[in-house]
Ligand binder design. Sequence first.
Ligand code: LFR
Length: 489
Amino acid sequence: MDKNYFLAFDLGASSGRAILGALKDNRLELTEIHRFKNQMSRIHDHYYWNIFNLFEALKAGLKKCVNEHGIQPLSFGIDTWGVDYSLVTGNGQLSGLPYAYRDHRTDNMMDEFFRSLPENETYKLSGIQFLQFNTLFQLFSSVLNNDPALKIAEGMLFTPDTLNYLFTGVQKNEYTIASTSQLLKPGKAEWETRLFKAAGIPEKLTRDIVEPGTVLGLALPEIDEQTGCGELTCVAVASHDTASAVVSVPAEGENWAFLSSGTWSLLGIESPVPLVSEKTLEMNFTNEGGAEGTTRFLKNIMGMWLIQECKRVWDDEKEISWQEIVDLSQLAEPFKCFINPDDAGFLNPGNMPRAIQEYCRKTNQPVPESKGEIARCIYDSLVLKYKYTIRQIESVTGNRIEKLHIIGGGANNEMLNQLTANALGIPVVAGPTEATAIGNIMMQAMAMGFVGSLNEIREVVRTSFDVKTYSPSPKLDWEKAFAAFEELV
Ligand code: LFR
């Protein structure tokens, strides 16, 4: 079989990449073609995504693929973070810049919304965890604030849908990304009209929902003119980045959990059905849509964002590398103080080190002063939150988790991988770090007829990429630390 080429655009909240996948005899090779920075634009104290810049960056990636690597891929696919969307007017233009989910316009919006539909009803109808930035609450905030952009909108496209539309002219909502909105029925590619009604969101905004792995159409001739890509198929992949990442977990058998580790730590299991009950509501777990009808039963944990934001503040003084941060944290005293990583105050505090210190002060703990102490506090607390979350999952399913697969960029942090294995007392398998791009590429390969199923995709991942296993070898008393942490959260 010849090599077949697929181009993945993987956009994260801090950077975006174009990754070329070459598939031959069921082995996949990756080449990073293009990398660019992404960041929220702060304008008059609101946060937005510069969607037009992102579109230009993707075209630049495609052009490099053709010109510098000499490859015209068969297809391309786009995945991004969840919940955010652009509004489209009747003549097909985007109405303004899309808001970024960390914008403060949704502060207190959940409580406001629960006045029209109580929390437990909302959960039953959607199966989605409560995060103040879910599309439901973003749109509700626009309704309450008489947002003029909403008034002229005829359609709503999530971030990957929007970029697919700019490339092809086709307006569809892809299922996995739509499931992050809290506007679908649990585990179903169907809009829940009662949620639209309760929020006052016009139902005309919805588009047809397509399953991941659907061919959307061809890139417009103007794209070929600008990039030389030729006839290029656009595939709606599992376009929520977490959905793409979980597609490529190299797992076999049962009783495994995944941790998709990046800006967010998404910790959960793949389930054939949504798990929606009073207990899962109380624990605030989500049921997001996956490939092949699977559900991701998971919890959002405030992940590497905590340390990324510290680094951003520290860099302002004097640049510090990731390795230095890890090294300093290892010199600091363990278990000196803990945070609940998911405290609302850490969502977008501006100055993260200060927010962490304030949290410790408020909770009558020793206040971490040095960079090493702050980083240690973050790492210990994250790992303990992982332990806490795994226990919650086990209490819902009644099954012991026997292995944790860490995928995504965070799997590069060897220290954290080992701490995680020690705290959980089970083997941790790290890799692939490029899980999201791999999942994106393999869903294209499936749409184009080169693989047949999720199982086959995982087989390709296992034969193509190395993973590293960390066995538990605890030197510290994690149970004691866990008891203190549990007390706090
Ligand atoms: C990860 C992610 C999470 C989602 C968060 C916000 O990048 O997509 O799954 O909850 O970003 O959209």
